[in-house]
Design a protein around this ligand. Structure first.
Ligand code: LER
Ligand code: MN
Length: 265
């Protein structure tokens, strides 16, 4: 298993689970020196100089890419399941650009907050039909894996638990995969261990956080037991600290590195 941290090419908004904000030499050097293998890259504009610089620094520090995260689009009001066709189409266009960028640099693309929430009077079937149509357009354009991330109810009201993620992919028979996030699972799932066992075949990426969205060992989940289960199931992708930069980016990342050192022994 490889380890990674989240980093944005833009200034991370307050409260976002982005451990390192900005494309600076210092950030990339710190991540490398702490022993991480890669980065989950939050991208707003894949054509920007910052995106180019990030690609340069990834090469320079020999860091891999787990997932390219288009969550900034959700912050701009762009959603794949939006009621407004023009909004859905703009979102598909922007994610297609991010997919092209990812095809060049390696990695996968997540469909998390960008799916959006259903309206209070809207049925989940109606919402899903719009989201599925958008997914199909992206699947046709993409030769890289697209990952559905179940996200907790306080951030979105569609696909909250891991089992809802599995059911969504199976029901619509789409060639999509899962990105599971232990922070969200702690809120939504009945039994984190059972969910991991049931999801592992579809899972290509893991956001590996403690109960409070900090590095493993900083909250109250048994992250060692979760790590051991994931290892036993022979998952070989990334475990990413998509964490809050608390008490600082460095301290949180350092705690994660200490956890991984201990657990790998
Ligand atoms: C959202 O809460 C999340 O976990 C991220 O991966 C952003 O989409
Ligand atoms: Mn996540």
């Amino acid at each position: 298993m490889k380890t990674s941290v989240s980093l944005s090419i833009f200034d991370a908004p307050k409260g976002a689970p982005i451990l390192f904000s900005g494309v600076t030499e210092d950030n990339f050097q710190t991540i490398k020196e702490l022993g991480y293998d890669g980065i989950d890259l939050f991208v707003d504009d894949p054509f920007s100089d910052k995106a180019k610089k990030a690609v340069e620094l990834l090469k320079k520090y020999d860091l891999g890419i787990g997932v390219v995260m288009p969550a900034a689009l959700a912050g701009q009001g762009l959603f794949l399941g939006d009621e407004d066709k023009a909004v859905r189409e703009e979102c598909i266009k922007k994610i297609s650009e991010i997919i092209d960028f990812t095809s060049e640099i390696g990695g996968m693309v997540s469909l998390g907050l960008v799916r959006g929430s259903k309206k209070p009077n809207e049925t989940i079937e109606h919402f899903n039909q719009k989201f599925v149509n958008s997914c199909e357009k992206l699947i046709n354009k993409s030769d890289i894996p697209l990952l559905i991330e179940p996200i907790n109810r306080y951030e979105i009201n569609t696909i909250n638990s891991v089992h809802e993620g599995i059911e969504f992919i199976e029901k619509y028979n789409l060639p999509l995969y899962l990105m599971i996030d232990t922070f969200h699972m702690n809120i939504e799932d009945i039994n984190i261990y059972k969910s991991i066992e049931d999801a592992i075949k579809l899972t290509k990426h893991i956001h590996f956080l403690d109960s409070n969205r900090l590095a493993p060992s900083m909250g109250h989940l048994d992250m060692k037991a979760i790590y051991m289960l994931i290892k036993q199931l022979q998952y070989n992708g990334y475990l990413c600290l998509e964490a809050l930069p608390k008490p600082s980016s460095y301290e949180c990342a350092k705690n994660g590195a200490i956890f991984f050192d201990k657990v790998k022994k």
